[in-house]
Design a binder for this molecule. Structure first.
Ligand code: G4P
Length: 536
């Protein structure tokens, strides 16, 4: 008894200290960008600076290995979009970064929402010539709505693009936040020499390396030397900054923390310019993992026993294994391989034996991990997106929000001999959140619902390649949906506006042909609560 007290007392305290200190040196973030803005390039360069690759170009080479790509990844290649999200871990200045990838297309905004539920900060990556593009605005709005800190990186400054003052105005207007540059470009886009670092007023001159394959040498020069050597390019940068300062572009950590103010950095991922600045900004201003609020709003402290939130479940990532990986973000405590956690939804134990960290397509076994880290549990059956896993002290985190679908189709199985595979496939896609699978009254065929039509393409491709099922789709004419309670659904059924659709987990949606129908129902049944966000 005496021994037990002694070991749980000081021993536990030491463990708690370790957990808090490990958490404090973690930064868990996502990069959100429009396809082609340079996310792959920037990711690679972050890995280069983090020492995870020795020469840029290796990540592409790894992911290009054909035999480890699943069929649906071919769709990504064909469409030039990124659908699968992976988590990468690397270190810089003794800080462990967990970089969560997000898809770069509005149709996959729900994936972005799920990834952001696991991130503490997001980098908004913009192409200097294109700024915020229509297709990506929704993704940024999703990040903005989550209320997490946002850092803006203006990429491709090595080639002609928007004037920096114009860019700042544009970002502020489209994203509805205050944009405060931490660095300011010296030289025009296309003749980019380096940046004025606002923190110390120095000029950081960048030098190119061959193909940007190795780190860009940086030279810090005093303002006086910069004026002498760069002449007009320097004085223009100083004057532009004075203009911004007069307009009140001041750094404010409190507004940054809530996502109302975004620091802006200028650079070129291809030439490695500004990459170190971005890492340093993530270390110096982005938050380490905080304690996470549970479904009732109580905060689970970092040093509390192990808990994790499942934010992504993906099957068949590797066609050689046909496995199912549940990605979870550790929220408290220390993860140790082989530990048995409880799934808060089912109350059942789950052995966390096969835990992996993924690097591109490669997997590494994880022995221990801390708050902020992301691990993939292989063959985690009966684990769904939104599940909480915990040890000892029960906890259940709030559901991950999903977006109301805007596109609907009826799906027909064209091969009666593969009925079982058809239903298994749909169940899998619904659980992963690829599409919502719904039923309407006694209609024999299920209905698929999505935020964007590309989700249907992914569903079709996966049903065909993974389940050998041939299907056809019939578009439905709904375009707006809201979630309702079972009680309110009864009232809606008596109205001529809206149709009730049901998801396998019992969630009820009202679908409308257009906004007008929604407005009419709101007028007719003012007491019915219509929720624009659903949840998993
Ligand atoms: P994505 O993941 O966001 O879709 O973008 P990706 O990194 O694949 O970059 C898209 C294109 O933009 C690539 O050119 C890439 O080389 C280029 N790029 C990325 N960052 C910069 C930059 O800072 N400056 C300039 N000038 N270009 C940049 P590509 O021709 O499509 O491919 P590749 O042949 O270069 O691989």
């Amino acid at each position: 008894m005496q021994a037990a007290v002694a070991s749980s007392g000081p021993g536990l305290a030491a463990g708690a200290d370790r957990i808090v200190s490990e958490a404090s040196r973690r930064r868990t973030f996502a990069i959100i960008s429009h396809p082609d803005a340079g996310k792959t390039t920037l990711t690679e360069k972050l890995l280069l600076y983090g020492g995870a690759v020795t020469e840029a170009g290796s990540v592409k080479a790894r992911s290009g290995r054909r035999e480890v790509r699943s069929d649906w990844m071919e769709l990504e290649q064909r469409r030039g979009i990124s659908i699968s999200s992976t988590a990468l871990r690397f270190e810089h200045r003794d800080v462990v970064f967990n970089l969560l990838d997000t898809p770069g297309h509005r149709d996959f905004s729900e994936d972005t929402l799920r990834v952001l539920a696991a991130a503490d900060c997001a980098v908004i990556l913009l192409d200097a010539a294109r700024g915020v593009e229509e297709q990506t605005l929704k993704l940024f709005q999703v990040a903005r709505a989550r209320g997490i800190p946002l850092i803006t990186f203006v990429n491709k400054y090595d080639r002609p693009g928007m004037d920096p003052l114009e860019l700042i105005d544009h970002v502020e207007a489209t994203l509805e936040l205050a944009a405060v540059p931490l660095t300011w470009p010296v030289g025009i886009p296309g003749d980019f020499r380096g940046v004025l670092d606002r923190a110390g007023g120095a000029f950081v001159r960048f030098t190119r390396t061959a193909r940007g394959a190795t780190m860009a040498p940086e030279q810090a020069l005093s303002a006086e030397r910069a004026r002498d050597e760069e002449g007009e390019a320097w004085t223009t940068a100083v004057e532009e900054l004075e203009l911004l300062e007069a307009a009140g572009a001041a750094w404010d950590p409190a507004r940054f923390a809530t996502g109302e103010l975004s620091p802006v950095l200028f650079g070129s991922a291809l030439s490695n310019f500004g990459v170190r600045h971005l890492l340093d900004t993530l270390i110096d201003v982005a938050p380490p993992p905080p304690g996470r609020a549970d479904a009732d709003g109580a905060v689970r402290a970092l040093e509390a026993p192990f808990s994790a939130l499942v934010f992504k479940v993906q099957a068949n990532m590797d066609p050689r294994h046909r496995d199912r990986i549940a990605f979870m973000r550790i929220c408290s405590g220390r993860f140790e391989r082989g530990m048995k956690a409880i799934n808060a939804r089912t109350g059942k134990p789950i052995a966390l034996t096969y835990a992996h960290e993924l690097f591109g397509q490669d997997r590494t076994v994880v022995d221990d991990a801390y708050p902020g880290d992301v691990i993939g549990i292989v063959n985690a059956t009966d684990v769904l997106v939104g599940d909480t896993l915990y040890l000892d002290d029960p906890v259940r985190f709030g559901a991950i929000p999903t977006l109301a679908p805007e596109h609907f189709v009826t799906i027909h199985n064209r091969d009666p001999g593969r009925r079982k595979q058809f239903h298994r496939g749909l169940e899998q896609l619904d659980q992963e959140g690829v599409v919502h699978v719904l039923r309407r009254g006694d209609e024999p065929s299920p209905i698929l619902a999505a935020v964007g039509p590309l989700q249907f393409e992914v569903a079709l491709e996966r049903l065909s390649s993974e389940f050998g099922v041939k299907v056809s789709l019939d578009p439905r004419d709904w375009s707006v949906a809201r979630r309702v309670t079972a009680e309110d659904a009864r009232a809606v059924r008596g109205s001529r506006w809206g149709e009730i659709l049901e998801r396998a987990d019992g969630t009820l949606l009202v679908a409308f042909r257009h906004e007008y129908g929604l407005q009419q129902l709101e007028r007719e049944l003012p007491d019915v609560a219509l929720d624009a966000m659903t949840a998993r």
